[in-house]
Design a protein around this ligand. Sequence first.
Ligand SMILES: [Zn+2]
Length: 61
Amino acid sequence: MGEVLPFRKPRVSERFKGLSFCRSGFHKWVIVKDQHFDARQGKLITLFQCRRCGKTKVELL
Ligand SMILES: [Zn+2]
């Protein structure tokens, strides 16, 4: 017992790095809603959201 490891998780910096990717336009898109009908556009669309920054986009298929 008594072991104190000066170990720091690299998560914060990794997330930071990810967000800088986002700022450069490289988002990590995941499908939120697959192919639902959008009444406004009158088309089937798929809703994507970035896992890192939460930005959303839609794609017409
Ligand atoms: Zn993003």
